[in-house]
Design a protein around this ligand. Structure first.
Ligand code: ATP
Ligand code: MG
Length: 554
């Protein structure tokens, strides 16, 4: 993953600009979220890109909240966004808000009115849409298009003063009603909305439209490279038009393809539906593609950054296989997480020749991938919990785990020989019996035996219990947004399985929220935010291997 890669197209543009001395060779980007929801993995790409470019070229990156729509924006979202950016490992130079520039934007609007380039329109939204024309028919001028500058100034001031109801008037740019790009057919600049804003309260009842706010904010902050997603490509001429007419700092817009991922949805509107309709427990549900959901699930920030770097950026829409992200997650967790033993589906293993009441302590490596990770102590005794699936009374030839007559190593402890089992009246196995070979003690094995199977275990007398939540993909089809009907019809009904009582080794009792462990042979598990002393909860971040690919091949 650390192999040098060629420059992406934005790096090429930036390097050319630096070479040409554009803007004095300065690089200044921004990440401009609208605080109307929690950030998702697509936003993570944009964050890594904007902050990453600033870092690479010794520039700056602003965090700017694009808060021009009072209806959908909330402080809760602002806080979660700041938290997510920091967690991803980035630090902004400034936190800014589009709403800080409302007065300045208003002045820009006055400038355009005075230049005869903006007018107040009394037409309704429906009338404006009708007069717009379409790709083959030019639009029609509004009857209010030729109002005098004085009248426009007066009406616009009255709009600001709250003299009109929502929708009664708008401010429009006067460009060209026959322009081939429909966005330039006298676009709206301001609309009336009698709504309280999360920062400006009731100070304003007119709010600028995205197109009139975004480029102007970039310009005010002297952003050199304003990077956005492809759907804004047709907005670029308008972005430039406003900047040119106002004669302000010439920020430039560049577009890249949105990040799409299989087996999930990625628009905040859809994610909000999942939350509001109770399909998930909240924005940070570990099955959500949100940054907060992934964090809670145990995905490391480094894995998200690596994913972003590995995939790179494209100029054309595409959909990335979610297993690429899962690969990045496993790659980091394998290097960084401590190993521990936990038995998810327990059955008792009794070592019939081990002295009753005795306990031994084994030193086990915390992480064989990392010698600095140290060791931990794991108690061993006569009765252990093992996974039910690690015993078979009648096993096929290649079953190297416990079946009568087989030798198996208990991880970090002894080799045992399976002797048989005890069953209840219904034929369910209640205990597995074995004998151990004292000379096979791990670290001092003089048995001369080599066995094919190694299984994990937890001493029954020392075990703690925990709740474990197993997660699977939230949707059962690759691209739920592109299927017939509502995307929610494709929710995977088995995306979460709760195991109420899992046995864990005692060293895990002190595990802290947010810490991720490898449960040997079972996957990576992270302590959930709902976990409490006395009621530990682990989320499965990932299996050890890509089990889904195997499923699909069946
Ligand atoms: P959504 O459509 O998911 O609601 P949005 O584009 O409305 O997202 P914003 O808050 O406006 O969300 O996005 C902030 C920044 O993140 C923008 O620059 C936007 O282009 C970028 N962004 C949003 N979604 C993606 C994505 N899927 N891939 C890459 N960048 C994205
Ligand atoms: Mg948006």
């Amino acid at each position: 993953m650390s192999e040098p890669r060629s420059l992406n197209f934005l790096e090429e543009i930036i390097e050319n600009d630096i070479a040409a001395g554009t803007n004095g060779g300065r690089v200044h980007t921004r990440f401009p979220p609208e605080p109307n929801g929690y950030l998702h993995i697509g936003h993570a790409t944009s964050i890594c890109l904007n902050f990453g470019l600033a870092k690479k070229y010794d520039g700056k990156c602003n965090l700017r909240f694009d808060d021009t729509n009072p209806v959908t924006e909330e402080t809760e979202y602002v806080e979660s966004i700041m938290n997510d950016v920091k967690w991803l490992g980035f630090q902004w130079d400034n936190v800014l808000y589009a709403s800080d520039y409302f007065e300045k934007l208003y002045d820009f609007a006055l400038t355009l009115i005075k230049k005869g380039l903006a007018y107040v329109d009394d037409s309704t939204a429906a009338q404006i849409a009708e007069m717009k024309g379409n790709t083959v028919t030019p639009g029609i001028d509004s009857p209010y298009r030729n109002r005098s500058v004085e009248e426009n100034l007066e009406l616009f001031a009255a709009m600001r003063d709250g003299k009109y109801r929502d929708g009664e008037k708008t401010l429009r740019a006067k460009i060209d009603m026959a322009h081939p790009n429909l966005l330039l057919r006298d676009p709206l600049m301001y609309r009336i909305k009698h709504e309280a804003h999360h920062r400006t309260g009731n100070k304003w009842c007119i709010y600028p439209m995205y197109d009139f706010a975004h480029g102007q904010c970039d310009s005010i902050e002297e952003i050199t490279h304003s990077i956005c997603t492809l759907e804004f490509i047709h907005h670029r001429p308008l972005y430039n038009w406003f900047i040119e007419q106002l004669g302000i700092f010439p920020s430039k817009q560049y577009e890249f393809a949105r990040r799409n991922l299989t087996y999930t949805v990625m628009s905040k509107r859809k994610l909000l539906q999942l939350v509001n309709e109770g399909h998930v427990s909240g924005w940070d549900d570990p099955r959500m593609p949100t940054i907060s959901g992934m964090r809670r699930r145990g995905y490391p920030a480094e894995a998200l950054r690596n994913f972003s770097d590995t995939i790179g950026i494209a100029k054309r829409e595409n959909i990335v296989d979610i297993s690429m992200l899962e690969f990045c997650v496993r790659d980091v967790l394998n290097r960084t997480s401590h190993r521990a033993m936990a038995v998810l589906d327990p059955v008792k293993l009794v070592i019939t020749n081990y002295p009753e009441g005795s306990t031994e302590i084994f030193e086990a490596e915390n992480n064989p991938e990392d010698v600095t990770a140290g060791t931990r102590q794991v108690p061993f005794s006569r009765e252990l919990w093992i996974e039910r699936e690690d015993f078979m009374e009648e096993a096929p030839k290649k079953f190297f785990r416990l079946t009568p007559g087989n030798l198996v190593r208990l991880k970090s402890a002894y080799i045992v020989k399976c002797e048989g089992c005890v069953k209840d009246a219904d034929g369910n196995v209640t205990e597995v019996h074995c004998t151990y070979l004292p000379e096979s003690r791990s670290g001092n094995d003089v048995s001369g035996l080599s066995v094919k199977g190694t299984i994990h275990w937890v001493s029954a007398a020392h075990a703690h219990t925990a709740e474990v939540r197993l997660y699977d993909r939230l949707f059962r089809v690759e691209d739920p947004s592109n299927e017939d009907g509502d995307f929610k019809e494709y929710i995977n009904p088995d995306s979460m399985q709760v195991l109420e009582q899992v046995y864990i080794e005692p060293s895990l009792a002190a595990a802290h929220t947010g810490h991720t462990y490898q449960f040997m042979r079972k996957g990576y598990f992270c302590v959930d935010t709902e976990s409490r002393d006395g009621h530990l909860i682990f989320n499965r971040a990932s299996t050890l291997k890509d089990t889904w690919a195997k499923e699909k091949k069946k």
